[in-house]
Design a protein around this ligand. Structure first.
Ligand code: SF4
Ligand code: SF4
Ligand code: SF4
Length: 155
């Protein structure tokens, strides 16, 4: 889990407001929640003295910025997954929307399941159905809690 303080330490800490937020701390929070991007902090990009901080920030935020991170913040580490299907069975949305596919730990057959195992590795589809998504989001963690190899995380 990336902390706000870690991100803050890599910002200019001048509170110049050019990002549209009142403080660098507020910007750190916005970066983690992906409401802002690194590019919104123009001093960090434009001033050579922040070069090291910029590189550090890009490295720190790489999991969030990666194409693997879904809108819910879910990241799947395929190298850790051995396709047991625990998460597929445990996901309440899978159970509700796709009881048939979910029962065998593979899913989906209805096209509405979130997690499915394909070629021995889990993958996330229909991410907008996840209970962590949208305005009514719930901090569900059934898929993470049941994974024996920590192949799923939320960032
Ligand atoms: S633009 Fe960068 S330096 Fe200025 S307040 Fe925002 S985060 Fe801080
Ligand atoms: S967080 Fe909950 S709803 Fe979302 S994929 Fe995991 S188990 Fe399913
Ligand atoms: S992510 Fe974890 S629980 Fe899901 S199939 Fe892979 S190893 Fe099993």
């Amino acid at each position: 889990m990336i902390s706000v303080m870690e991100v803050y330490q890599l910002l200019p800490k001048t509170n110049c407001k050019r990002c549209g937020l009142p403080t660098c701390m507020a910007f750190a929070v916005a970066l983690i929640s992906r409401e802002k991007t690194i590019e919104d902090c123009t001093p960090l990009l434009e001033e050579a003295k922040y070069e090291k901080k910029l590189a550090g920030l890009r490295e720190l935020l790489a999991p969030i910025l990666s194409a693997d991170a879904t809108e819910t913040g879910m990241v799947i580490h395929p190298e850790k997954c051995y396709g047991c299907g625990n998460c597929v069975v445990a996901c309440p949305v899978n159970v509700a929307s796709d009881p048939k596919g979910t029962a065998i730990g593979r899913g989906p057959v209805s096209g509405k399941a979130i997690l499915m195992v394909e070629d021995g590795v889990v993958k996330c589809v229909n991410v907008d159905e996840c209970r962590r998504f949208g305005p009514e989001k719930v901090l569900c963690n059934a898929c993470i809690a049941t994974c024996p190899s920590k192949a799923i995380e939320f960032i």
